[in-house]
Design a binder for this molecule. Structure first.
Ligand SMILES: Nc1ncnc2c1ncn2[C@@H]1O[C@H](COP(=O)(O)OP(=O)(O)OP(=O)(O)O)[C@@H](O)[C@H]1O
Length: 238
């Protein structure tokens, strides 16, 4: 996977006037959004605010949903979900390689597995992996396709807190190495601030806050407070 040094000027994704409704109820209301190439963006919002609907629209997998708008997105898009979606009847390497061909596919699959810390587990069955390992395999399956855009819908939502922290470090490391544009859907404010360079807050069908995250020591708490306020959340302990 060739790292590129592209400037953050050419948008990888351009959405214009995106509207989506279910049974007459508008979930996304005339959204315009540019995701610059190589940027790591997190999308925060309350449950039901339309985060997954927006991600599916960007992925082009919301056929049959009522709506309008235009989308420009790269050709190579990978999607990771909360559940690894590994096929239980295939070993890990064939799962990672699913639908790929070419003489070097096996080698690339092994390299991707090594990169996510699963070297030596190529012949394991999905049910032999822990939840965290299964998500590592899902990341390898995405990476081996060399995506220009990586869409992740709460990929760590089902993991325990410690595994989640390790996965955060892994995802950030993979992003730094390969620089795909990333859109990460999460409802975890700390996850958004820890990983992303830009955090969007979705509310009432619109992007209510568009926050650039500067990686400075000690800045995390201030971003956290600002995002919680935007979400209308009060913490029990100040
Ligand atoms: N296929 C569908 N048919 C009907 N309603 C839907 C459909 N998909 C989503 N919705 C509705 O659209 C709204 C937004 O759903 P969406 O899954 O995008 O929210 P979300 O922010 O991702 O929520 P969560 O954080 O709980 O996953 C919800 O009210 C949901 O019930």
């Amino acid at each position: 996977m060739a790292p590129h040094t592209e400037q953050l000027t050419r948008p990888a994704v351009r959405l214009r006037g995106l509207t989506r409704s279910f049974e007459g109820r508008t979930v996304l209301d005339d959204i315009d959004l540019d995701l610059p190439a190589g940027q790591f963006t997190a999308l925060l919002g309350h449950s039901g605010s339309g985060k997954s609907t927006l991600l599916r629209a960007v992925a082009g997998i919301d056929h049959g949903v009522a709506g309008s708008g235009t989308l420009t997105a790269p050709e190579r898009v990978s999607v990771v979900f909360q559940d690894s979606r590994l096929l239980p009847w295939r070993r890990i390497l064939p799962n990672v390689l699913l639908g790929l061909d070419g003489r070097d596919a096996g080698e690339r699959g092994r390299a991707a597995l090594a990169e996510v810390g699963l070297a030596g587990r190529e012949r394991a069955w999905p049910n032999e992996l822990s939840g965290g390992e299964a998500q590592r395999a899902a990341l390898a399956r995405s990476l081996v396709r060399e995506p220009e855009l990586l869409l992740a819908d709460e990929p760590f939502g089902a993991l325990d807190a410690l595994t989640r922290i390790k996965m955060h470090a892994l995802l950030r490391q993979l992003w730094e190495r390969h620089r795909p544009s990333v859109l990460l859907v999460t409802h975890d404010v700390d996850e958004a601030v820890a990983l992303a360079d830009r955090v969007l807050v979705l509310e009432r069908g619109r992007i209510g806050l568009d926050l650039t995250i500067e990686r400075e020591a000690g800045a995390h708490a201030a971003y956290r407070t600002r995002l919680l306020r935007a979400l209308g959340v009060t913490e029990a302990v100040a």
